[in-house]
Design a protein around this ligand. Structure first.
Ligand code: CDP
Ligand code: MG
Length: 761
């Protein structure tokens, strides 16, 4: 079985003219900068099982935290603020001082733009003020789940009500609201879905699009939709809030809507650059943090470190703890573990962290104690920690980047922009003058970094968005009022993908299948798999798999038990499929009556499984509501793999021998990720599909399933075709479709060897 490899091109040379990478490639040095970072990360990634979940999670909006499963220490070091403390803190906020102005601004304008430094009280105060002024149903969107949850909790606390009563939140698969709820925090994605069900958003009197400067894809699309809605609902109020960057653009977009800037003082921040380029930003951050802690008075302030993601954060946390323990234990023989150190707390914060551990970053510590918070760019603008006086900036963040040319969405560590860098530094000057240590040189900042981050809409796959807009009746996507237009190339590539999976017809209109798909709160490919499964009588099983793909990794891999946990994981492996492996884990957990102890014994993350069960129930309800049948295939797992293939035929790879694979679509080399059940198989399946591609130094396929090439034909016939070739290369061909895994000889259906090649590229 041979594949045509024409049209080979390099992945790192991103062709998308809008992409940060391609610009970086042009500039040269930035790319080297990035590759260096990914190399360091790759080194860690190869031994890091949490990786799979993190990247999958990112795609699906959730992330993993296998480590936290085991030890969830009760938070004894910090105290919940009292009512008086909360009131005092509220009154000290810059927004509080302009309460009247803010209220009348909204009273007299349909659209207002509210600008303020981060931490001035936009998110926590604005809705409360408007609520106090008699507006009864307010929606506030956040680009990040964690911000929606955390801020809702805070506002409920400030208003002294139970979370989920007057104040609640709603994120995908988690709705903490009730009929009483008047202030509802939600992700921008949730409000978008609500427009599908109720295009007039008649439930709300006021909508606050918060953190608009972040320019998340969903926020951008929402703004376009709301612009239209404003003309139909004269009574609705719209407020766009933004940090000081980008604000004028929003005003212009909404017909020169009035801008109001919350006056606020910030303190000067000294910026210290690295003198020479930094090789490993994690190592450098550990050194800088320990240096600050040991070299300055505790009272001089807390430390905030910006890292790229969960893995980096965990390595940094452990590094700091180890380093300081060495120093402390030399000074004092009594000190043998980090917990013995009494003047320091180290808190990680990222979206997968369990909620009970997220909130402690805000709590006040005893004055004799310092905290070091290690965060993703979530702490850049969406969360404000007051006591920070030192910032350590790695210079990187994790971004999803779509290459329209080859139709690949990849997650990569990329250099931040100057605007990000300045936001990060600013976090040190909230309560007094501070210092920001940048782990990159001044030349990098001046010459290599972009002034602003490229908006998400210009760098990610838009198939989800297009499907949604089409379902909302937007026929001509190019005419949609985008605040910044997405690249036409990306639009076309995403439309192509939707057409390919049969969600759009030849004229770009929604097909009946596409309409069904848009009803499910899932990425289009997964929606398709679920709908196809309902036709093949295996939606019970696919429902489980889809739910398992929507949660953080279920596999727990603690540092001290790497071998044991790897063995435990391997026991669940279904050799031809990671998807079936997930199904297997869930089924066994169900057989063991959803036991938490059972999970612990088998190195599984009970919280993730419980969440998958919950998501499964919600999806089942949505399916029933939409009359999508749910039934089981019993023990036939082949049909399940075929259904998975139906949504992922465009993400197929072919074995090129010795466990190596090449992508069928691009001809580029792709590798099975070490966490996969298909990794290192003696007899690697000739064709597989992958759920996601991760780019480090290599292209890794994450979550894979062996497929029959005939299925690729059936579902990807537009992309591939089969050619018979002469019997001169008459080896027998392995078809993964055979239950026993035995070789099917060339006598089978297409009798000769087949040649699978691309017809459309
Ligand atoms: O939205 P903006 O950046 O303007 O500020 P905010 O998020 O409303 O934060 C205002 C204040 O509330 C800050 O001082 C935060 O530290 C505090 N806050 C908190 O203590 N706990 C939270 N969960 C959220 C905010
Ligand atoms: Mg805010």
């Amino acid at each position: 079985v041979i594949t045509m490899l024409e049209g080979r091109e390099s992945i790192s040379a991103f062709r998308n003219p809008q992409s940060q990478f391609s610009q970086a490639a042009k500039q040269g040095s930035n790319l080297i900068h990035r590759e260096r970072a990914t190399r360091h990360r790759a080194r860690r990634n190869n031994t890091d099982s949490s990786l799979q979940s993190t990247t999958l999670g990112n795609v699906l909006g959730v992330q993993a935290n296998p480590i936290a499963e085991k030890h969830e220490p009760p938070d004894t070091n910090s105290q919940e603020p009292t009512r008086e403390m909360i009131q005092l803190q509220r009154e000290s906020l810059p927004a509080y001082k302009v309460r009247e102005e803010l209220v009348s601004l909204v009273r007299f304008n349909q659209v207002s733009i509210v600008i303020g430094e981060t931490g001035s009280g936009k998110t926590t105060q604005l809705a409360q003020f408007l609520h106090g002024d008699g507006i009864s149903s307010i929606a506030i969107t956040q680009p990040r789940r964690i911000a929606a949850m955390s801020v809702a909790r805070r506002v409920a606390q400030e208003m002294d009500v139970a979370l989920g009563a007057e104040v609640g939140y709603s994120i995908r698969f988690e709705d903490v609201t009730s009929s009483k709820t008047q202030i509802k925090f939600m992700t921008d994605g949730i409000l978008l879905r609500e427009t599908l069900l109720d295009p007039y958003l008649s439930h709300y009197d006021c909508i606050i699009i918060d953190e608009a400067h972040e320019r998340s894809l969903n926020t951008d699309v929402l703004m376009g939709i709301l612009k239209d809605l404003l003309t139909k609902r004269k009574d609705i109020k719209l407020i766009i809030t933004s940090a000081t960057i980008n604000a004028a653009k929003f005003s212009k977009f909404f017909g020169n809507a009035p801008q109001f800037t919350i006056p606020g003082k910030t303190f000067p921040v000294d910026v210290v650059y690295a003198k020479t380029p930094v090789d490993d930003y994690v190592e450098a951050a550990v050194l800088e943090a320990t240096r600050i802690h040991l070299g300055t008075a505790i009272e001089s302030g807390d430390v905030l470190i910006f890292m790229t993601g969960q893995e980096d954060i965990e390595v940094t946390e452990n590094g700091i703890k180890e380093k300081l323990l060495q120093v402390y234990s030399k000074r004092d023989a009594q000190i043998s573990t980090f917990e013995d150190i009494k003047d320091l707390e180290v808190y990680p914060i990222y979206s997968a962290l369990p909620p009970n551990l997220q909130n402690r970053i805000f709590h006040k510590l005893d004055p004799s104690k310092r905290k070091i918070v290690i965060a993703t760019n979530i702490a850049e603008t969406s969360l404000t920690i007051d006591s920070i006086r030192y910032v350590i900036d790695s210079g990187y963040s994790k971004l999803k980047v779509f290459n329209a040319k080859i139709g690949l969405d990849t997650l990569a560590v990329t250099p931040i922009s100057c605007a990000n860098a300045n936001q990060r530094s600013g976090r040190a000057g909230r309560t007094g003058p501070g210092t920001a240590y940048r782990l990159y040189t001044e030349e990098t900042y001046d010459d290599d970094m972009y002034p602003h981050t490229i908006p998400e809409i210009q760098r990610t796959n838009l198939s989800n968005t297009i499907l949604l807009l089409k379902s909302l009746g937007v026929t001509d996507i190019l005419q949609f009022p985008f605040i910044d237009k997405p690249p036409t190339e990306t639009l076309l590539a995403s439309m192509y993908e939707l057409w390919f999976i049969n969600a759009l017809d030849n004229f770009g209109a929604l097909t009946p299948l596409g309409r069904e798909m848009s009803k499910l709160p899932l990425p289009p490919s997964l929606s398709k798999v679920l709908i196809v499964a309902s036709q093949y009588d295996c939606s019970e099983e696919i429902l489980t798999i889809v739910s398992m793909l929507s949660v953080p990794s279920v596999f727990h891999r603690p540092k001290e038990y790497e071998k044991e946990s790897d063995l435990a994981r391997a026991k669940f492996f279904v050799p031809e499929s990671d998807h079936l492996t997930l199904l297997n884990v869930f089924s066994q957990w169900r057989q063991n009556r959803y036991s938490a102890q059972w999970c612990q014994r088998h190195f599984l993350v009970h919280r993730s499984l419980a969440r998958a069960k919950d998501i499964r129930e919600q999806l089942a309800r949505i399916m029933t509501r939409n009359k999508i049948p749910i039934s089981s295939s019993g023990s036939d797992w082949t049909i399940i793999r075929k259904c998975i293939c139906s949504g992922f035929a465009h993400q197929a790879a072919k074995s090129s021998g010795l466990g190596k694979y090449v992508s069928l679509k691009t001809g580029l080399r792709v590798d099975v990720h070490p966490t996969s059940a298909l990794f290192g198989l003696g007899d690697p399946p000739p064709y597989i599909i992958y759920h996601e591609l991760l780019m480090t130094t290599k292209e890794y396929m994450i979550c894979n399933t062996a497929v029959d090439p005939f299925w690729l034909m059936e579902y990807g016939g537009l992309l591939y075709n089969i050619k018979r070739i002469g019997s001169s290369t008459a080896d027998s061909v392995m078809f993964p479709g055979s239950e026993t895994g035995t070789a099917r000889t060339a006598k089978d259906p297409l009798d000769e060897q087949i040649k699978l090649c691309e017809t459309h590229r």
